[in-house]
Design a protein around this ligand. Sequence first.
Ligand SMILES: Nc1ncnc2c1ncn2[C@@H]1O[C@H](COP(=O)(O)OP(=O)(O)OP(=O)(O)O)[C@@H](O)[C@H]1O
Ligand SMILES: [Mg+2]
Length: 267
Amino acid sequence: MTDQYNSRPDVAPFTGSTPARDFILTATDIKKSFGGVHALKGASMTMRRGEITALIGDNGAGKSTMVRTLSGIHKPDSGEITLDGKVVTFDNPKAAQAQGIETVQQNLALVEDLTVWQNFFLGREKTHGFGPFRTLDRKLMRTTAADLLKDLAVNVPPVTSKVRRLSGGQRQAVAIARAAGWGSKIVIMDEPTAALGVQETARVEGVITSLRDAGVAVLLISHNFDQVMRLSDHVWVMRAGMAVAERRTAETDGDELVALITGAKAA
Ligand SMILES: Nc1ncnc2c1ncn2[C@@H]1O[C@H](COP(=O)(O)OP(=O)(O)OP(=O)(O)O)[C@@H](O)[C@H]1O
Ligand SMILES: [Mg+2]
């Protein structure tokens, strides 16, 4: 049903049986180059409401570049993004957040010299009062950050500790709790469990499914096929800067996904 994208990558992904209104996000013909490196060569993908969409592909396929484009870090050279049916452009990550897109980046974007709670509220501090009497509501920010974090981290770091003192798993928990805690429409997670142990991975997977159950659309980038098969509803496969295939998760398996990733199987 979706094989036309491979042979006709210029076709916008509105064909097939899914009505456009069912897509919370579409990315159409996105191109992005870094000097001579064509990281995205006209990639198109969609996310449906209330679903976990997995984005898979080999190293260098363009997954993180797509994520950074959707989250306002990169401006695409060309192409179109729609959110809730409207064309959007993001000048920076704050603009994407303001429209309801939260992202956990692959290389964690935490500020080492700030505390856990300061990282949570960076750029959107809660204040008391008004005008010149406005003060930061530190207590509220600390308790909110601690509440969000306690469901996620196995060894919960104190929210007053500096991020530079945290383990990799604890940092990841902070980044995920921060993204999940903002009541967004879309949460994008680029390799959220790559650095985690067994227990923390299970917790993060629990957060991913509970976000979906709460109506949030999740974009999950993962190299872990078991995780993709267990958690996702839909899978997009990227290869060499293009999204070359999509499948309903229930209608595919790990072997087919590997073949699509490597190009052993045509989309
Ligand atoms: N800021 C950048 N400057 C130059 N080249 C870049 C930049 N970001 C990505 N690239 C290149 O673009 C291509 C796609 O990279 P990208 O990080 O999107 O891949 P990926 O699918 O996320 O891979 P991985 O699975 O290893 O995370 C690679 O060739 C990469 O080297
Ligand atoms: Mg990546």
